[in-house]
Design a protein around this ligand. Sequence first.
Ligand code: ADP
Ligand code: ZN
Ligand code: ZN
Length: 731
Amino acid sequence: MLFDDPEETETIASVMVPVAVPGPYTYRVPPGVHVQPGMIVRVPLGPREVLGAVWDGEPDAAINPKKLKAISHVYENARPLDAELRKFVEWVANWTLAAPGMVLRMVLRSEEALEEEPPVPGVRLIAGAEPDRMTSARQKVLETLADGRAWTRSGLSHAAGVSVSVIDGLLQQEVLETVDLPAAPPPPLPEIDFAPPTLTPAQQAAAEGLVESFSKGTAVSLIDGVTGSGKTEVYFEAIAEALRRGRQTLVLLPEIALTEQFLRRFEKRFGVYPAEWHSEITPKARARTWRGVADGSVRVVIGARSALFLPFENLGLIIVDEEHDGAFKQDDRVPYSARDMAVVRGHLSRFPVILASATPSVESRVNADLGRYNRFVLPERASGAAMPDLKAIDMRTEGPERGRWIAPELIGAIGEAFADGAQSLLFLNRRGYAPLTLCRTCGHRFQCPHCSSWLVEHRFQNKLVCHHCGHNESIPQNCPSCTSTGSLVPCGPGVERIAEEVENLFPQARTLILSSDLPGGPDRLRREMKIVEEGGADIVIGTQLVAKGHNFPKMRLVGVVDADLGLAHGDPRAAEKTFQLLAQVTGRAGRVTGGGKGFLQTYSPDQPVMKALLSQDRDAFYQAEIANRRAAGLPPFGRLAALVISGPDKMMAEGFARAIARSAPPESTITVLGPAEAALAMVRGRYRYRLLLMAPRQTDLQGYLRHWLAHAPKPIKGLRVQIDIDPQQFL
Ligand code: ADP
Ligand code: ZN
Ligand code: ZN
């Protein structure tokens, strides 16, 4: 809000700035400039200039306007952030206890988007002009331009089949002139009836239910369908309904590597590609999506979690695919769950939200059981293919010989699949060659100098790498501790080592590693995903990347190299996460053709999670897990929050963590546990201690924390307190 009285006072305004301060700052508005809440501006902040947004609430009129800094620029061409988005920013800040400016920063992600896209320089023929000398190359250029239309230089050089220097020569002779070509036209609209599918009865019922939810305003629906049941086809019908109603749709995916396949499927159904939003697109494409979302010309966006903060003109549907996936939780800066905040955004703006998964989170499943969410069940695969047969391989009795990782029975099954021309997938959630390297002579282990974690050998890069901070070093010839030569041995397998074993076993097979850290980056990964999809690889070795949502029609066999990995942590969701990951990854087998097989290599085949997986009794697993959580008061029946206290000095960090813990106000319903040294005791040179808060569901945990931290000792000398509401990581 502002006061606008040119005679008496100067105009001032509240501006939210993208830094960690409790609320908006007050700025002077230059004469002749008019601002309203939501307008995007540039303001001086300390020694620099930052983007901000004019915010709600009265500015602080008590400050002498002479002392205020002035707004330096108003982005007149950018649509102001609407009241609903501003409310959402405040809501997320309140929930996560992050500064609202830090949440706003996630909205203002593309400075380029705030100005109109600059025109593209082009060339055209000057009527009647002639070159001094005609050549055949020049002739081709003039013929191409004969209709008077303008071209970009590179487009023209392509079309006329001449080099750019020919065009530049004609420009110099003033035969051609430069003109501004309009920037890209608005994207083509998705066609609702481009290629509607014939749905199975279960899919049809789910699709109708989703369409109905639009008339109910706020409604959250869970599509709970086995892998390959057609969840995507079903929620496409909800997108069609949003399009019919003239509303925009946001589809959130947990993994960028999934977008390629999604784009193609969307195009098959709606005739055009949707817009994309994630870290791998160019700044220009990013700016276009931001603008198109804001002016309404973009109807459907597919994106990573940060797309939730785009300034939609008329958002009417959010779909969170693979809603159980941990990647929807951001762990740094503003620790938020994109799934949960999607539900909030839908609630604030009264539109439906769809969560889809073959292995829903316990939270969503409970919400559905209690009737807070609609639940649509797709119990069968769309192709009619049966779910894969699953079998445990007891590594205590049926394991491979020492120094090998694939059991004889699994090798036999891979061989059979290969002989039949079917694909196999070996899954191991460990990047690199070996998770630990040690010296056989003196026992020296390679540890990261900045973190309490072992260095992982990456043989392709010939490096030892820390997976927590990225520190890397070359693999030395001699042991740095005892100087022995040739004494270093890799311990345990990563995907690279499994690939090596596979190549030795099946030298004729086409082997491919799918892992996020191989050279070539996301482009290579996209290409390789496509190769697998099209059957161009026989044996795929992959990390959790392959567990997510992919449709590999020729995949018949899935072998889980280490099914026990992930069960050992002090994480209350360890069983759930293991169940989800392994059900997802084995679900890649036989999706289209049936006859799928899955093997779980495990040292504890009697573990409840293994038993639930093997019997494929999803409901039994959920019932047991829900009962455990209820009994222990864990989410969603209780609430958790973590405080991570860290600092460059161990003693100081520990002492400060204790001081914070002592200052916790007594409250009968809230338990404060710790401080305990974090499982990852040091990361990037910072020592870490954790406090965990547990409380019944109804508790205002944020209110309690706010009060506590307002009165707690303040961090000094590089100490930091990070709050994580509903933590997903317990490291
Ligand atoms: P989910 O998302 O549940 O894993 P998908 O939507 O990827 O399943 O569907 C799995 C496969 O089955 C895809 O190849 C999809 O095109 C196909 N499919 C799903 N439903 C139908 C249908 N009604 N008719 C024909 N093919 C279908
Ligand atoms: Zn040694
Ligand atoms: Zn490190």
